[in-house]
Write a protein that binds this ligand. Structure first.
Ligand SMILES: *Cc1c(COP(=O)(O)O)cnc(C)c1O
Length: 395
């Protein structure tokens, strides 16, 4: 039985998969079982920010696996402490809690906001979230996800969640009250179609959270770890949250999530109130330390910014050259969205056939989130394939 047949027979069908199984990765390239080479502009959905089979990451993981993988949080864990220190030193953070995924980080952040209200003797437990958002698939995280398709048939959702319009502060003012304990927002909506928040909007959210004594949570699961040319997207905005959630690229593919808290919120979750068996174990945090060491470098981040600009310029050239195929290009750093006027699904298939991995999200938005280590030459190569694939999609 080949991989496809085994998947069909034994894996629960919760995904529509492309008929490709990769067997090897190297930098920005993936290879399938027939030896075909693909340029990867998706990076495992903004996870492999340092590309595939990164030498130092691979060595770190191997070495750690041969030394110690897991002991539980009943004991001290050196790489966990080191990773927490690195995250705090490079952000607004005061303390960090480790878990295993983005949804789990958001789940914990929402629990933290509720508990914050409890400790402050607040009169309500309402969470404000945004339409078109995505925060994950666990019950609380899907309850604050503002896209109906993700929670249909799973109700009742978590109660006391209210939705406002993204980038519309008046819609928040209409529903915020003394009963509000938390606001959760993505600085750039990712799954929703790469929609950056406006500066004023996040600033006003910060003010509202202060005025109503609510916990402001930034979901940086997708935007974090250098993706936007800064280590964290909030650093573009001059607005600090109380809590930030991380996952995706933090382990470059090793499952890890984190809740980063400021001074005001770092004492809320006390012993016994929140926990994770796997969370912060030796293997995942050793990977995280190495990832953070490499990506937090000023020069590395400047490079991401430059490459983001370059890729955006190249996309604009396609937009001008192939009129009527792309209507808008948006994003920050190497988190770029292009609104398509053509069939996105067909484009992805054509690109795969031509050896380029891309993805369409939101309502027909081409999402480009390549490894941050991509070279200018690789960008040029990807752009050529993309252009060709757009032409084939048209014909
Ligand atoms: C991917 C994503 C999540 C969910 O992360 P999982 O690791 O799949 O649980 C949450 N929030 C945002 C913004 C994401 O992009």
């Amino acid at each position: 039985m080949n991989t496809h047949e085994m998947t069909e027979n034994y894996v629960m069908k919760t995904y529509n998969r492309y008929p490709i199984s990769f067997v090897k990765g190297e930098g920005c390239y993936l290879y399938d079982e027939n030896g075909k080479k693909y340029l990867d502009f998706l990076a495992g959905i903004a996870v492999c920010n340092l590309g595939h089979s990164h030498k130092e990451i691979a060595e770190t993981i191997c070495k750690q696996a041969k030394t110690l993988i897991h002991t539980s949080n009943l004991f001290h864990i050196k790489p966990q402490a080191e990773l927490a220190k690195l995250i705090c030193e490079n952000s607004f953070g005061s303390k960090v809690f480790f878990c295993n995924s983005g949804a789990e980080a958001n789940e914990g952040a929402i629990k933290l906001a509720r508990r914050y209200a409890f400790e402050r003797g607040k009169k309500g437990y309402e969470i404000i979230a945004f339409k078109n958002s995505f925060h994950g698939r666990t019950f609380a995280s899907v309850s604050v996800t503002g896209q109906g398709k993700y929670n249909e048939g799973f109700g009742p959702m978590l109660s006391d969640v209210k939705f406002a319009e993204f980038n519309n502060i008046d819609s928040v003012k209409k529903i915020i009250s003394k009963k509000t304990c938390g606001i959760i927002v993505e600085p750039i909506q990712g799954e929703g179609g790469i929609i950056p928040a406006e500066k004023e909007f996040l600033k006003e959210l910060r003010n509202l959270a202060n005025n109503y004594d609510a916990v402001l949570i930034f979901d940086e699961v997708q935007t974090g770890i250098g993706r936007t040319g800064k280590l964290f997207a909030y650093q573009h905005y001059g607005v600090e949250p109380d809590v930030m959630t991380l996952a995706k690229a933090l382990g470059n593919g090793v499952p890890i999530g984190a809740i980063v808290t400021n001074e005001r919120t770092s004492q809320i979750l006390k012993p016994g109130l929140h926990a994770s068996t796997f969370g912060g174990n030796f293997l995942s945090t050793a990977a995280g330390v190495k990832v953070m060491e490499i990506i937090s470098d000023e020069k590395f981040l400047k490079n991401v910014e430059a490459k983001g600009k370059y890729l955006t310029e190249k996309l604009k050239e396609i937009k001008n050259e192939l009129q009527g195929t792309i209507s808008e290009i948006r994003g920050i750093g190497l988190m770029i969205g292009a609104i398509l006027k053509i069939d996105g699904k067909k484009l992805v298939e054509k690109a795969l056939k031509n050896g380029l991995i891309i993805n369409v999200t939101g309502e027909n938005v081409l999402r480009l989130v390549p490894p941050l280590t991509i070279t200018q030459q690789e960008i040029d190569e990807g752009i050529e394939i993309l252009k060709e694939s757009i032409k084939e999609t048209l014909s």
